[in-house]
Design a protein around this ligand. Sequence first.
Ligand code: AMP
Length: 224
Amino acid sequence: MTNLILLGPPGSGKGTQGERLEVELSLPRLSTGDMLREAVKKGTDLGRQVEPIMKSGSLVPDEVVVEIIAERIGQADCGKGFILDGFPRTIPQAEALEAMLTEKGTAVTGVLNIAVPDQVLIDRCVGRRLCSNKECGAIYHVKSNPPAQDNVCDRCGSELLHRSDDRAEAVEERLRNYHRQTEPLEDFYSSRGLLHEVDGVGSPHEVFERTLEALRGVSGGCCE
Ligand code: AMP
């Protein structure tokens, strides 16, 4: 089993690296952010509950995401492992994950901590644009990777979106939450010998090379 966690602040490139790793390792990427956004889009009870919390840049309650993940990792495609993107984000979530994996006779095999300074993160999020077509999922940046035509996806022609939680005030709130609630996970996993640092400043390709390099230190990691 290869059970990986991508740790890193909002905008650090967890999603981008996770998508590449998903292909490289043939493991599903489980993004709680994507799952919650899907619930909001569909207007489910869960979606209505979490929408205002997500818009403000705060974290949704631990029990909500723990339940979503517990259900998801029980599915057949997680039989060989998974890549967690955006979960856990608090110590109670990490403890709940540890307990649910122990119960299944498995464990987290590695944690990749993608480090990026706050100001770089703010610039990235505020300029980030996502293709509204979920099948496409292309990601742009108004300065560093703009589409040929404003607000139109080069790949599929769909409209581009600026996530409401990528606006400046929400990003600053997400970063405050990250430092307060999520950063303690670095010590949590480091004390278990599972933390691997990845310098997240650079092009997606450069960061991916470093991610693969860090994975070589993960038992059962990849890329022999
Ligand atoms: P992300 O796409 O991972 O940045 O997540 C977007 C938003 O979803 C976050 O700002 C939170 O409001 C919520 N969210 C996603 N994952 C979690 C989690 N593990 N714990 C709490 N809230 C989460």
